[in-house]
Design a protein around this ligand. Structure first.
Ligand SMILES: C[S@@+](CC[C@H](N)C(=O)[O-])C[C@H]1O[C@@H](n2cnc3c(N)ncnc32)[C@H](O)[C@@H]1O
Length: 356
């Protein structure tokens, strides 16, 4: 199929093993938008094709019908995959008929079976792809309204080519952020909060919403990866855990370690941030978060929910309902978003923030 044809589907990337959950979410979102559609998955691939029942798949992305999606890491509008790409020149057949100007171009692949070994090839093709677009006068890096081009390799000879608005798809290949654990962080969990602050709070907002002098409560804080990240932003932290905090944090005068049960602890004052990384039933955690916000104990909450092994999209929907049921009359004051972040694995991150 010519790559210049209308796009009839979305290519969605997710954590391998979450294809069914991602499909359930996408089909639900298409239904909620009044469009309808279906998905085609391949277990373990980390890739799925989602077919809106009608209309141009790119136009639906431009209409923002997927705002605040949870499981997709990457999404773009494509046609059917191009097959039998010659190893000597994969890009010419892929770009055949392509006429859309673009501001960015990514060559990416999934995280699933057989994809990892394609990583080097994606890197090798990125420069030449941009070169070809330049030659054809389609390279517009300054144009914020132009599309982002995506080439997604399924194998060395099979790939999709497509596009998405820059605000919709991820600017990093596969939607996988390359965050490095910073020296001094006492646990790998620090990366989870770092990623959440970048991609859920947002690069711009986090400079406003995380300021020196603010106070946070960290429930289930030990050994202190999240507390450490909050300290890097200048916040003082009440760290609640019966376990020990890492030595650097235990001696930090701006960290108050309180050995208490997170489910009964009451803060000595209202705090700016509540964060919570407890390994417990999602229902218990979500109710705890909603109670804190309903009582006005914290301005916002960022927390993890451990997911069940099956029907995870249903678990997300249940958690959202439960959260607002417990918030009751305060519901309109908060917006709740969920995201399956790269560092999350079998959990998702939730962010409840005051409604603008
Ligand atoms: C996944 S770890 C948290 C890791 C931490 N966010 C970090 O970055 O280092 C979960 C923690 O929750 C604590 N925990 C579990 N149940 C708790 C409870 N009811 N009250 C307080 N802490 C609890 C455990 O002791 C454990 O240290």
């Amino acid at each position: 199929m010519s790559s210049n044809a209308d796009f009839d589907r979305w290519l969605v990337m997710c954590r391998p093993g979450f294809e069914g959950d991602t499909a359930a979410e996408m089909v639900w979102r298409l239904g909620a938008a009044g469009v309808g559609g279906h998905a085609r998955t391949r277990d373990g691939s980390g890739l799925l094709e989602v077919f809106p029942a009608h209309g141009d798949a790119l136009a639906w992305l431009q209409a923002d019908i997927l705002e605040h999606h949870v499981f997709p890491r990457q999404i773009c509008a494509v046609s059917a995959a191009v097959e039998d790409l010659p190893a000597s020149d994969r890009l010419t057949p892929l770009l055949e008929g392509w006429q859309r100007p673009v501001a960015e171009a990514l060559v990416e692949t999934g995280e699933g079976d057989g994809h990892r070994e394609l990583g080097k090839l994606t890197q090798r093709l990125t420069g030449p792809l941009k070169g070809l677009l330049q030659e054809r006068g389609l390279w517009r890096p300054e144009d914020s309204a132009a599309l982002r081009l995506h080439v997604i390799l399924d194998t060395g000879t099979r790939a999709w080519i497509g596009a998405a608005p820059q605000r919709v798809s991820s600017p990093v290949p596969g939607g996988i952020p390359r965050l490095r654990r910073q020296g001094g962080a006492p646990s790998r969990s620090a990366l989870k909060l770092d990623e959440a602050l970048r991609y859920m709070v947002g690069e711009d907002r986090r400079y406003m919403d995380l300021r020196s002098g603010m106070m946070a409560v960290d429930l289930g804080a030990a050994p202190g990866g999240w507390t450490w990240v909050l300290r890097q932003w200048g916040l003082g932290v009440y760290a609640i855990d019966n376990g020990a905090m890492a030595p650097g944090l235990a001696s930090d005068p701006d960290v108050v370690h309180i050995r208490a049960d997170a489910f009964t602890f009451e803060p000595p004052r209202r705090v700016d941030w509540l964060v919570c990384d407890l390994v417990d039933k999602p229902a218990r955690v979500v109710e705890l978060m909603a109670r804190w916000l309903r009582r006005g104990w914290a301005d916002r909450a960022l927390f993890n929910l451990k997911l069940p092994m099956r029907r995870r999209w249903q678990a997300v929907a249940d958690a959202e309902q439960r959260f607002f049921r417990v918030l009751g009359p305060e519901s309109s004051k908060f917006t709740l978003t969920f995201r399956h972040l790269y560092h999350d694995r079998e959990e998702i991150t939730a962010y409840a923030t005051p409604t603008a």
